[in-house]
Structure formats: structure tokens, C-alpha cells
Design a protein around this ligand. Structure first.
Ligand SMILES: Cc1cc2nc3c(=O)[nH]c(=O)nc-3n(C[C@H](O)[C@H](O)[C@H](O)COP(=O)(O)OP(=O)(O)OC[C@H]3O[C@@H](n4cnc5c(N)ncnc54)[C@H](O)[C@@H]3O)c2cc1C
Length: 456
């Protein structure tokens, strides 16, 4: 089967490549191959009742399918070059921001209209943070919410359905470059095109690594973020979340000089599990719809671990720590902050007596048996620092879920057009190691689509 452009992965990167190509070069024959299900068939079987924890489905509905890893996410669309990836290092700060704003407009057009855009500009919290040795990063954040995010994706799919050929449950096994053509194999069938966009996200990280090794594309990897998800009564952070929705706050620990940061804040949200290549970690999301909101706010506290030569397997290091928590807790472990400080495990009795009701059913345990001392010390120090701007953060009943690991795909060598050394082979989104967010991944998709359309 012959196409003009093959797109691998239907996450934000792949979707926005297809979208922009369909607008700028409607004459092109485009195919999108996605390992997971179409949007309406994506359903995580965990219902908290019959199925309480991950049963390791063949493809994880949280991570895979139309919409990619972001489909059931909180839909926090951050318009910033300060975090979420390093796209601006390749395409320039202005262009990166312009593309993120362009995607935001598309999201508004396809069902997101009416959602709130928060901003740190002029916020009084910047001063409060600095007075307590905490640093608030700059961003505008559109909170689509899990429910609206789903509607937007559904509408974009409707728009694309008759313009692009979608192949679902179609894991691309192999990619080769023969006679100036890209050829991919999907369950024994072959498809070719002059151009190929790879946007396989985090779930495709191992596959991406193999492809790069196979066709000799240089890669670099040396970072992983490890930490916990904090859950506390929504009132504790409401002064910050009401104004900013999400605040990205960075703290440098006194003990080691390590940077600890807040990540993915979900006011009135729920803590969820995440399955990356069979390893269960923790994440969080929240809904726009007030009827689906909880009484708790959750956010991650992460410590970035950079490794230097000769160690090259930062993700494996993160996986090993996550495996340890899976081994001890059968999945995710939860511990009260007070128990952690007193050096005792949380058990079911202590959890029942707690004033904070967990939104995720996790195994009570002891995170000090899982997290390396240096990382745990950093997290504890940051909790006490946050307690100064949000009193109550360091309460005994504050819940810590572990572990949260932010895996970074190894960074793939591409040029300023996000093109590999092979003419017409682009690697974008989280799979490239360059982006780590909905906004940067989507923007990278639009960017390469424009490159391809221009060359027509
Ligand atoms: C629970 C959760 C909450 C999140 N919340 C937010 C948030 O609020 N804000 C934010 O900015 N970011 C959030 N993120 C991160 C965000 O979802 C990602 O940064 C974004 O989805 C990356 O887009 P992508 O297109 O690069 O990759 P992905 O979205 O990961 O999509 C890649 C797709 O490729 C498919 N694939 C992989 N390998 C193959 C293959 N070999 N063949 C065919 N298909 C393949 C996968 O099935 C997947 O659907 C969240 C992530 C998770 C898991």
C-alpha cells in the first residue's frame, strides 16, 4: 500500500501532524498507524470495585489509542517555553510559543471554547514563593479538564476521519528505508511513503530505541525524575489553584542542592495509576465538570536525576525503583506523611483513621523502603518548604503515593527541522525526547507538517 506520508502514533504529535497536513496539503495521501484503540473504545478496566488495580491489558488504554497518553489526562495545556520540553531549542522561542497558541485556538474551535486560561503573569504568589526560597515558573495554562479534552479529541477525529486513513490496533513492528522510500511493517502487511513522521510517545520509548539502533540514528539519555504524588484537602492549596490552577514551583534542597519541583497539579482531582511497559506508577488528573470533582488536590513532587558517563540507563534506574514499589505493594504504595516522618509504615488501620480520604485504592506501606535516601530527603525538605506558602502541606494526614516516575525518552538526534539524517524521516513529540507535554508535542506535529507541505 502506497501513501505520501506515514504517521506512526495517534497522540497529540501525530494528530496535529495529520490535522495540519490535511489543511495545507489536502492532496496528500496520509495514513496514521496507532497501536491502541479508537477513542470510543479506550477504557481502563480499573473501576475501583471489581477491578481495583492494573491487570496489564495488551495495550494500556491510559497510554495508547487515539489521543495518545493525553486522552484521559487533565488536559492542562501549558503555553510556555519554561517547561514541557525543549522544542524552542530547535525551532526558536517565538515560533514554539506561536505554534502552542495556534494549537490552543484549534482546541477551542473543536469544543474547548469557554475553558479558562490561567496565567502566572503579575501573580502575587511569585513574591510569596521567593520569600520562602521557592521559585514559581512562568506559564499560561489552559485547563481543558479530562472531560472536555475527550470532547475536543472526538471532534478532531470526526474532522479527520474522511481525510486520513486511520489504522487502529496496528502496532508498527519495523521501519526500513529502501530506494528513498520508508517502508513499515504492520502485522505482516507493508506500507510505503516518501515521508514518515514518528510520534510514538512514552509508551513507544523502547521501540524507538530499537529503531534508532537499527537504522543508526544517534541518541542520548541521561535523565529520569523520581518522586511521589502528594494528596491533601483541596483547601490547603486553594489560594494558589484558584488563581493559577497549576503552579510549577521549584526548590533547591539545602542538604544536597538537588532541585525538587511540583508537577501536574490537579485541584479537586483524583490520583490514578499508570502502566508504562508493565511497570505501575502513579499519576493524577481532574475534571472540569464540578460533579466529578473530589475534595482533594494532588500534585507530584519530583527530583531530577541526571547521570553521567559511564551510566547510560537512566530510565532503567527509574524502572527499578518503581519495580521495588510494585514488589512491596503489588502496585502503588500510599503512606501518610506523619508515618513517614516517624519511621513507621502506614497500615489499613492508620489509613482508616486519617482525615484525608484517598482517591486511589493503593497499598499502605513504607516509602522509605523504596525511595533512595537522597530523593526522599529532598521530598521531605520540599514538603516543609511548601508548608510555609500553603500551611497544612506537612500535616500528618497528607498522603504520599509512590512512586511517580517521569521517564524521559532518550533524545534522538534531529536537526532544526526535527528531521533525522534520513531525508523525510521526522521524529517528534515525547518519542523524540524533545517534548514532554501536550502543548510541545502538538506544536512539534504542526511544525513538521508545515515543513512537509512547504516542500510539496
Ligand atoms: C495520566 C497522564 C496525564 C497527563 N497529563 C498531562 C497534562 O495535563 N498536561 C500535559 O501537558 N501533559 C500531560 N501528560 C503528558 C502528555 O500526555 C504527553 O506529553 C503527550 O501525550 C505526548 O504526545 P505524543 O503524541 O508525543 O505521544 P503520546 O501521547 O504518548 O502518543 C503516542 C502514541 O503512539 C502509539 N504508539 C507507540 N508505539 C507505537 C508503534 N510502534 N506503532 C503504532 N503506534 C505506536 C501509542 O499507542 C500512543 O497512542 C499526561 C500523561 C499521562 C499519562
Amino acid at each position: 500500500m502506497k501513501y505520501d506520508v506515514l504517521i506512526i502514533g495517534a497522540g497529540p504529535g501525530g494528530i496535529f501532524s495529520a490535522y495540519e497536513l490535511s489543511k495545507l496539503a489536502p492532496e496528500l495521501k496520509i495514513a496514521v498507524f496507532e497501536a491502541g484503540n479508537p477513542l470510543h473504545k479506550r477504557k481502563c478496566p480499573i473501576d475501583g470495585d471489581k477491578i481495583k488495580s492494573c491487570i496489564e491489558c495488551k495495550t494500556c488504554s491510559i497510554m495508547s489509542g487515539f489521543g495518545g497518553a493525553g486522552a484521559f489526562s487533565d488536559g492542562k495545556y501549558n503555553i510556555t517555553n519554561d517547561f514541557g520540553g525543549t522544542l524552542c531549542d530547535y525551532i526558536g522561542k517565538k515560533q514554539a510559543l506561536d505554534l502552542m497558541k495556534y494549537v490552543d485556538e484549534i482546541n477551542m474551535f473543536y469544543g474547548g471554547d469557554g475553558t479558562k486560561l490561567y496565567s502566572t503573569t503579575g501573580s502575587k504568589f511569585r513574591k510569596l514563593c521567593i520569600q520562602n526560597d521557592l521559585h514559581l515558573l512562568d506559564a499560561s495554562v489552559r485547563h481543558l479538564g479530562t472531560d472536555k479534552n475527550y470532547v475536543v479529541l472526538g471532534n478532531i477525529y470526526e474532522y479527520l476521519a474522511d481525510k486520513v486513513d486511520f489504522y487502529f490496533n496496528s502496532h508498527v513492528d519495523k521501519i526500513s528505508y529502501v530506494d528513498n522510500q520508508y517502508m513499515i511493517s504492520v502485522q505482516g502487511k507493508e506500507y510505503t511513503a516518501d515521508k514518515c513522521i514518528i510520534s510514538v510517545g512514552r509508551s513507544g520509548s523502547k521501540w524507538m530505541e530499537n529503531v534508532c539502533a537499527d537504522i543508526d540514528i544517534p541518541t542520548e539519555a541521561n535523565r529520569v525524575d523520581i518522586g511521589v504524588r502528594v494528596e491533601l484537602p483541596a483547601e490547603v492549596f486553594s489560594h494558589l489553584t484558584d488563581e493559577l490552577y497549576e503552579s510549577k514551583i521549584v526548590y533547591k534542597t539545602r542538604q544536597y542542592g538537588d532541585k525538587v519541583r511540583t508537577f501536574c497539579m490537579n485541584p479537586k482531582g483524583a490520583v490514578v495509576t499508570e502502566n508504562t511497559n508493565g511497570i505501575i506508577t502513579v499519576n493524577g488528573h481532574s475534571y472540569e465538570d464540578p460533579s466529578k470533582q473530589t475534595n482533594n488536590t494532588n500534585f507530584a513532587l519530583l527530583v531530577a536525576k541526571h547521570f553521567s558517563e559511564p551510566f547510560k540507563h537512566s530510565n532503567s534506574y527509574g524502572e527499578s525503583i518503581a519495580r521495588l514499589s510494585n514488589m512491596l505493594g503489588g502496585g502503588v504504595i500510599v503512606q501518610r506523611f506523619g508515618d513517614l516522618i516517624r519511621g513507621q509504615r502506614s497500615n489499613y488501620k492508620r489509613m482508616e483513621e486519617s482525615f484525608v480520604t484517598p482517591t486511589l485504592s493503593a497499598t499502605p506501606g513504607d516509602l522509605s523502603l523504596v525511595l533512595p535516601k537522597r530523593i526522599l530527603d529532598g521530598i521531605i525538605e520540599m514538603i516543609y518548604a511548601l508548608d510555609k506558602i500553603a500551611p497544612g502541606t506537612a500535616n500528618d494526614d497528607t498522603l504520599l503515593y509512590g512512586v511517580e516516575v517521569k521517564f524521559y525518552n532518550m533524545e534522538v538526534k534531529v536537526n532544526e527541522n526535527l528531521e533525522t539524517k534520513y531525508d523525510g524521516l521526522y521524529i517528534i513529540g515525547d518519542g523524540s525526547g524533545i517534548t514532554h507535554s501536550l502543548s510541545h508535542a502538538s506544536a512539534s506535529g504542526v511544525f513538521v507538517a508545515r515543513q512537509i507541505a512547504e516542500k510539496q
